[in-house]
Design a protein around this ligand. Sequence first.
Ligand code: 5GP
Ligand code: ZN
Length: 114
Amino acid sequence: MSDCLFCKIAAGQIPSNKLYEDEQLLAFYDIDPQAPLHFLVIPKQHITSAAALTEENAALLGHVFAVIAALCRELGVAESGYRVVTNVGQDGGQSVPHLHFHVLAKRSLAWPPG
Ligand code: 5GP
Ligand code: ZN
């Protein structure tokens, strides 16, 4: 999608602080971190939000969560724990309409979220 911020980041047209990249996805640090460790994982394919996912995206989603687990092991937070969040739409607090998973760690996270 030509006018999408995260499509531009995925294409390298807008710089990001990358953690991991492969053919299907990109992980990069959030520009406005909400925890001492806060990164985003996005599919390179434009998907507007989790509300647009179908059974056809099953392999992609499995890959997203496998990469998150591997990155969290490498970053040393697998034992202490972390939170994976995807916001959907206005009430969900989504500000960028391209599917992304927040990974937050290195502090105790409150529940329920605000
Ligand atoms: P949402 O509010 O849609 O769930 O999450 C969007 C996230 O993208 C926010 O946490 C915001 O800080 C982050 N973000 C917005 N613009 C940029 C950017 O240009 N670069 C990076 N690295 N993060 C961004
Ligand atoms: Zn996009």
